[in-house]
Design a protein around this ligand. Structure first.
Ligand SMILES: O=C(O)c1ccccc1NCC(=O)[C@H](O)[C@H](O)COP(=O)(O)O
Length: 216
């Protein structure tokens, strides 16, 4: 299921590692769930484990594979077994690689770590409709909990009105409503801000995050 990005903001909760938490978070109203297939992430879930339960929840929500420079075997498995709805790429994937995945029929979100205004130019280089703007952290590919400078999201939307922008980076129940009011994104995405431990979501925080986002 692909989230409705025309009635923003869609809410994506990232770094889900357990089927029951996935079910609970769907019930709380999340529009999309992110499963992290990057082995170095503290939210990593091996695809063999995820494949045991993703088909059980896929009809209920939009499932997003979060990856960093994925190899062909992982991409083939995800696409052939139709385990997820969207591929979200956080690594050094080139515009051409993204184009090839689109040509193969995949829905792709390119995640971009935005350092400054000049680095917004990357948005226009990628052929996918949706980009995720994340905090700049050269040591990590995502999930740092560091806040993205919201003013750059506003400029990004002005410069690339044809793109759908998902805002991420350091969002929490306490700041997501203000972030939405300031930036009007198509979606918001959170990992650290609703966690009780690595890969374990605090359902009270998730509920509060979704409620605040929907009020935004
Ligand atoms: O969450 C991770 O550990 C991660 C690692 C490597 C690449 C991407 C990762 N997460 C992707 C996400 O979509 C996060 O939700 C996004 O980066 C925001 O994270 P946070 O600032 O912790 O809310």
């Amino acid at each position: 299921m692909f989230p409705d990005l025309s009635t923003p903001p869609a809410v994506k909760i990232c770094g889900i590692t357990q089927e029951q938490q996935a079910r609970d978070i769907i019930t709380l109203g999340a529009d999309a769930l992110g499963i992290n297939f990057w082995p170095k992430s503290k939210r990593y879930l091996p695809v063999e484990k995820a494949a045991l339960w993703l088909p059980n929840v896929r009809a209920e929500t939009c499932l997003v594979a979060v990856m960093v420079n994925p190899d062909a075997a992982l991409l083939d498995q995800l696409m052939q077994e139709a385990l997820v709805d969207i591929l979200q790429l956080h690594g050094d994937e080139s515009p051409a690689e993204v184009g090839r995945l689109l040509d193969a029929g995949a829905h792709v979100i390119k995640a971009l770590q935005i350092r400054d205004r000049a680095s917004l130019a990357q948005i226009g280089e990628y052929p996918c409709e949706t980009v995720l703007l994340d905090a700049y952290n050269p040591g990590l590919y995502g999930g740092s909990g560091e806040t993205f400078p919201w003013e750059l999201a506003v400029i990004a939307q002005e410069e690339f009105p044809e793109k759908k922008i998902i805002l991420s980076g350091g969002l929490t129940p306490a700041n997501v409503r203000q972030a939405i009011q300031q930036t009007h994104p198509a979606g918001v995405d959170v990992a650290s801000g609703v966690e009780s431990g690595p890969g374990i979501k605090d359902l009270a925080l998730v509920a509060e995050f979704i409620q605040e986002a929907k009020l935004g």
